[in-house]
Design a protein around this ligand. Structure first.
Ligand SMILES: [Zn+2]
Length: 178
């Protein structure tokens, strides 16, 4: 999703594309507590970092401002890049609200106004499950878009990992789909 957003502005630099793309993933850093939680679940002092903080710490306005600030520091085209970063970040939150119901039926409400207020706990009654068909369709469509763009423009999300791997991938794509 973030790559599709980043691709909407052809003038972005490679670094700016990476920031816009990562902005759509970064809210879930608050899910890394799952490692500590799993490791300590049978100990005398279990750490419930995942249960307590996932969809809380990174899924709010305060964290959006942190991400925006980092992007503003490192982007060259500051207005365009940071607006797209914010958009990408909020698409993640929107996607969580509409299509990320947990296997136990938990809706994982988004406390959007944190750390300024606990007032809002965003949920949607029509929310579908994380593994529902809608998410597979959306994912397949986004991958197809990324592949089509890579063939046309000569770079793909792999550029964030390795320029060499990226050029091999694009070369193979172009050879396959002339
Ligand atoms: Zn999330």
């Amino acid at each position: 999703m973030g790559w599709a957003v980043a691709s909407s502005a052809p003038s972005l630099t490679k670094r700016e594309r990476a920031m816009v793309t990562w902005a759509s993933v970064v809210p879930d850093v608050d899910g890394l507590g799952i490692v500590a939680e799993r490791l300590t679940q049978n100990s005398a002092h279990p750490l419930n970092w995942w249960s307590n903080y996932h969809h809380v710490l990174g899924h709010n306005l305060g964290f959006a401002l942190v991400v925006w600030t980092v992007a503003a520091i490192f982007a060259r085209q500051k207005i365009k890049s940071t607006l797209l970063v914010l958009f990408s970040f909020h698409l993640h939150l929107l996607a969580d609200v509409i299509g990320a119901r947990g296997p136990d039926g938990d809706q994982w409400p988004i406390p959007y106004l944190l750390p300024f207020s606990k007032q809002w706990q965003l949920t949607w009654s029509g929310q579908w499950a994380l593994n529902a068909w809608q998410n597979f369709v959306i994912t397949a469509a986004l991958i197809a878009i990324a592949v089509a763009l890579a063939r046309r423009r000569g770079f793909s999300p792999l550029e964030m990992l390795s320029p060499k791997v990226d050029s091999v991938f694009v070369g193979a794509l172009r050879a396959r789909f002339r």
